[in-house]
Ligand binder design. Structure first.
Ligand code: 4FV
Length: 247
């Protein structure tokens, strides 16, 4: 998996040199190439932005400098993604499908954004990381690189990807490690029982409850078993009867 990132602030990507992603680039499991758009400004002052036609506050990144930067890394197989709040919101399904691509070119906006003409010319997909406005597309690009790289061969052991939030459409169950007693708080007994069926049910119920409380809209898209439905009905009943379940 190769990532080419078109940005005015390549230095902002230092965090990707650390930990799992840092190791993945060192071990050539993924390739991250940062392209400074300013290097493609033919202007003697390296100007890359200008005022907005028709008026409006702020500056816009010029189309020609972005296009020349793009041409320096363009390839047949490349999929060009523009990180912008106008895009479809990134989710795990989208991450999994992007992880099947060989070459992603990530375009990072800044200031008020980028001239629409170069977006229309080179961008295959606009993706947003959420309904809020940031100062630049660099952090969204890092979010996308981090989430997609987790699926690249050899970056993570498949076990840890298999059973996590959103992998089964639900939020992940709570987890515990040593010490068994912490500030008078014990690890739930069932997790010490070795009884795999009971442990599985406990975890499924916790995922159902957490999803029901924090992201109920996700439940509509999940295949629920009879037991799941009974458990959720019971939760709703307790809520209606005013029982506040202490997690
Ligand atoms: C954004 C987001 C985002 C908008 C103007 C950069 C900023 C500035 N990108 N998801 N939310 N981008 O807020 O992806 O150019």
């Amino acid at each position: 998996m190769k990532f080419d990132v078109l940005t005015l602030f390549p230095e902002m990507f230092k965090p990707l040199e650390e930990s799992i992603i840092g190791r993945a680039t060192k071990n050539k499991k993924i390739e991250i190439n940062l392209v400074n758009i300013r290097d493609y400004s033919k202007d003697k002052h390296k100007k890359v932005d200008d005022t907005i036609y028709g008026g409006g506050a702020g500056m816009l990144i010029k189309p020609d400098v972005v296009y020349d930067a793009y041409k320096s890394v363009a390839s047949e197989k490349a999929k060009v993604i523009y990180l912008s709040p106008k895009g479809k919101t990134l989710c795990q399904d989208k991450v999994e499908s992007l992880a099947k691509e060989e070459h992603l070119i990530l375009l990072c906006g800044h200031y008020e954004g980028i001239d629409q003409r170069v977006i229309d010319k080179i961008v295959d997909e606009e993706i947003s990381i959420g309904d809020y406005v940031l100062t630049g597309g660099e952090i969204p690009a890092m979010v996308l690189i981090d989430s997609v790289s987790r699926y690249a061969q050899g970056v993570l052991n498949n076990e840890s990807i298999k059973d996590e939030s959103f992998s089964n459409g639900l939020l992940e169950y709570p987890q515990y490690t040593k010490p068994e007693l912490f500030e008078n708080m014990k690890v739930p007994e069932v997790l010490l029982s070795g009884h795999h069926k009971n442990i599985e049910r406990f975890r499924r119920n916790k995922s159902l409850e957490l999803t029901y409380r924090n992201r109920p809209e996700l439940l509509e898209k999940v295949e629920l078993t009879k037991e799941d439905k009974e458990y959720l009905e019971n939760l709703k009943k307790e809520d209606n009867d005013g029982y506040i379940k202490i997690n």
